[in-house]
Design a protein around this ligand. Structure first.
Ligand code: FE2
Length: 307
């Protein structure tokens, strides 16, 4: 039996085969925002940028839009902001709405994440759960969200997942897994099983844009609500479109589509203050995340782009 935060509950395992089904939507442009982590400033900026997008479009929040938002007003703000758009459950929403015994935060952290970080994540979800109990309608909504969805963009199939092709909390689309030949081989099998041109994922919290032979791409946006690279203060979202955007940080081609990482340059100062109000120095989330929120993780944009 794995420790809380290490385990991947059976209910998380959807399998790549479910992604082979009929698409839920069709658009010329699809935005995918994973890992908002309760950052209302990033949400506000995202909606501004998305509103400016022309043509047929959709925005999907692919999980973990809640996390740091333990003040009821912050939790409500995130709920209100996300609800008008499509969303899939992350492990955070799943562990709020239907907690699995012993799952902790549901992160299914791999070996390279240390025990203290895992334990602190379990404490964050406990605190967020206490807040969420005050929002029974939101919990009902979150419980009803799917774990994944399929879209077609410009006629190409895009599988939107939280973790990887098999599991809500899978790490198969993390930079660490895709750096290994067996990880890329597993991803190739997932493309076949899902009959997909593109996977859009999140969960591992560090972005990856991995190209495969035959014009296939895995786009992991890292985090919409936290910095993703050292010395930066913006989040990232994935944009998949028949047209290139002017604002992409980097991108790849998947057949005729443009797959791009778009910066979310939210008000970083205001977000820091909002975070500190909820998670002051000495709190578990402060210990795990404040350095990243201020300075970004020890990760560079060059590391995110693999071919
Ligand atoms: Fe996650």
């Amino acid at each position: 039996m794995s420790a809380p935060g290490r385990a991947c509950p059976i209910s998380y395992r959807h399998g790549a085969g479910v992604l082979a089904g009929a698409p839920l939507l069709e658009a010329d442009t699809l935005w995918v925002a994973g890992g908002l982590y309760g950052n209302a400033h990033a949400l506000e900026r995202l909606v501004q940028l998305y509103d400016a997008e022309p043509g047929s479009k959709a925005l999907v929040f692919n999980g973990d839009f809640h996390w740091f938002d333990v003040f009821p007003e912050d939790f409500a703000l995130i709920e209100r902001g996300v609800a008008p758009f499509l969303a899939t459950r992350g492990n955070v929403e799943t562990e709020l709405a239907s907690p699995a015994a012993g799952a902790g935060c549901g992160c299914a952290y791999p070996d390279w994440v240390d025990d203290a970080t895992v334990e602190r994540s379990n404490r964050v979800i406990e605190r967020l759960r206490a807040t969420a109990l005050g929002f029974p309608q939101a919990l009902e909504r979150l419980a009803g969200l799917p774990m994944q969805l399929v879209a077609t963009v410009g006629g190409e199939r895009v599988a939107v997942v939280h973790g990887d092709a098999d599991s809500l909390a899978g790490w198969g689309f993390s930079q660490e897994a895709l750096a290994a030949a067996h990880g890329r081989a597993a991803a190739l099998r997932a493309f076949s099983a899902a009959n997909a041109r593109i996977f859009a994922s999140s969960h591992s919290c560090l972005p990856v844009m991995q190209e495969f032979a035959g014009g296939r791409v895995i786009a992991n946006n890292g985090s919409a609500g936290m910095p993703n690279f050292r010395g930066t203060s913006f989040g990232l979202v994935t944009r998949i479109s028949v047209r290139a955007s002017a604002g992409a940080l980097y991108g790849a081609r998947a057949a005729h589509l443009f797959v791009e990482a778009v910066p979310l340059d939210y008000d970083a100062q205001a977000w820091r203050q909002r975070f500190l109000a909820q998670w002051p120095a000495g709190s578990v989330a402060h210990a795990s995340y404040y350095e990243r929120i201020c300075d970004g993780p020890r990760y560079r944009a060059e590391q995110a782009r693999a071919a």
